[in-house]
Design a protein. Structure first.
Length: 428
């Protein structure tokens, strides 16, 4: 099922991209030799008029093969015979249709799940947001002068501008009025390195962080807490209540733990930790939206994912991320499979919404990637067309063809490396 869903997602993304080229080519009077989805040998094809429509075996990629696109042609409906601006529109149409497709998908998600305004839904006591007077319901407008539209814009801002301890200017709206505060992100906390569930079951540790104070004290996942500093705790709820009433600091805790039916006393000294955080939650907030809010939100969603893709590219260029962090078709199929499996327990609607959200990202990413000024991509072709528009004459076809050939070979080498990394992660 996951593989079928992945193929459908890829199919729609490719169809949308090539349909952009196809429709604008037809509008410009350019002959289309073949319109195909997929690569490799044909599964089925049908000739309609001048154009052969094909479905091919390899479900990654597609083509809109136009008359005179890669070679000179004297035909009046040839690509090379049309004005430079018509050719620019035809080449740019593929990526632009990907952005349009992402927008339409975003409308579906927002109409069903709601918009994602930067509205605070939780403020953590004692942290920067709380000290600055921010409250649930406040809507963040700007961070350090940068406009914020979506809740996820907050995370994206700090991905581009990591906190360094400096105060952060936050502009927010409350009851129709706008306020600006200076938020101190610095905080000091104590941690033990343990996780547990605050339930009616016996209080056992679900996870112990490696090299944490708990690990150094010999505590292991599965250990059951009998008492803390002489106070008996029978359930996870009672343990949570005790820690809420007695916040941890640097004072050692005396724990009675049970393992394999035997009890032992352990001294656990929490470790001081200094870090930075806003001390609020807003990124995941969604609320029902009217028609205008849905349309506005669709534009904001596409803008967000385009910005996210550009940030990822910047991280690759600056060395914050590497080729091993990139994913190709195999990695994307694996991601779709993981998304489907994790959403399955929540019902078909959540599976649908999460897959569509992923398709929005992929469509925006495909649009951005194809507009990059890389030879053999739409962006590379646009560079030569813009040069032609500025010079008043085209770059010699043999020279342009050589550049695109070299670019294609390099792209294929990159795809091989990415494919290898995908497979290594899959079986690693």
């Amino acid at each position: 099922m996951s593989i079928l869903i992945a193929f459908l997602v890829f199919g729609f993304l490719i169809l949308t991209h090539e349909l952009g080229h196809f429709l604008l080519a037809k509008k410009a009077g350019i002959g289309v030799i073949e319109f195909s989805i997929g690569m490799g040998p044909r599964i089925v094809s049908k000739q309609i008029g001048e154009t052969k429509y094909s479905l091919k075996w390899i479900p990654f990629g597609g083509s809109c093969m136009m008359v005179g696109e890669d070679a000179e042609s004297d035909s009046p409906d040839a690509f090379n015979k049309k004005s430079v601006w018509a050719r620019i529109l035809v080449v740019a149409a593929g990526p632009l249709f990907n952005f349009l497709f992402a927008f339409l998908l975003a409308l579906v998600v927002i109409a069903i799940a709601g918009a994602n305004p930067a509205k605070i839904y939780q403020v953590q006591s004692g942290y920067g947001a709380d000290q600055a007077g921010l409250q649930p319901g406040d809507v963040i407008q700007e961070i350090n002068g940068k406009s914020i539209s979506l809740g996820r814009d907050i995370d994206l801002y700090f991905l581009n501008h990591p906190m360094d301890g400096s105060k952060i200017a936050v502009t927010y709206e409350r009851e129709g009025k706008e306020y600006t505060v200076q938020l101190d992100p610095n905080y000091t906390a104590y941690r033990m390195g343990i996780s547990y569930y605050a339930t009616a079951d016996r209080p056992s540790f679900s996870e112990v962080t490696e090299n944490s104070p708990a690990a150094k004290a010999g505590i292991e996942a599965g250990d059951v807490v009998v008492s803390i500093n002489g106070t008996a705790v029978a359930t996870g709820e009672e343990m949570a209540a005790y820690l809420a009433e007695n916040p941890i600091d640097g004072t050692p805790l005396k724990l009675i733990l049970e393992r394999d039916g035997k009890q032992r006393e352990v001294s656990l000294t929490p470790e001081k930790y200094e870090g930075t955080t806003l001390g609020l939650k807003a990124s995941d907030y969604r609320e029902k939206a009217g028609v205008l809010e849905v349309l506005k939100g669709g534009v904001q969603e596409v803008r967000y994912w385009v910005s996210f893709c550009l940030t990822s590219l910047k991280m690759l260029v600056t060395g914050q991320a590497g080729i091993k962090d990139m994913s190709g078709p195999v990695g994307i199929v694996s991601l779709i499979d993981t998304t489907v499996e994790q959403s399955r327990s929540d019902g078909a609607l959540y599976v649908f919404l999460n897959v569509v959200n992923l398709a929005i990202l992929l469509s925006a990413n495909l649009g951005v990637f194809n507009l990059l000024p890389i030879p053999a991509l739409d962006g590379g072709r646009l560079v030569f067309l813009v040069i032609e528009a500025l010079r008043g004459k085209p770059v010699p076809p043999d020279k342009e063809g050589m550049v695109h050939t070299v670019g294609f070979v390099l792209l294929m080498l990159l795809m091989v490396v990415v494919l290898y990394n995908d497979i290594a992660r899959l079986f690693g």
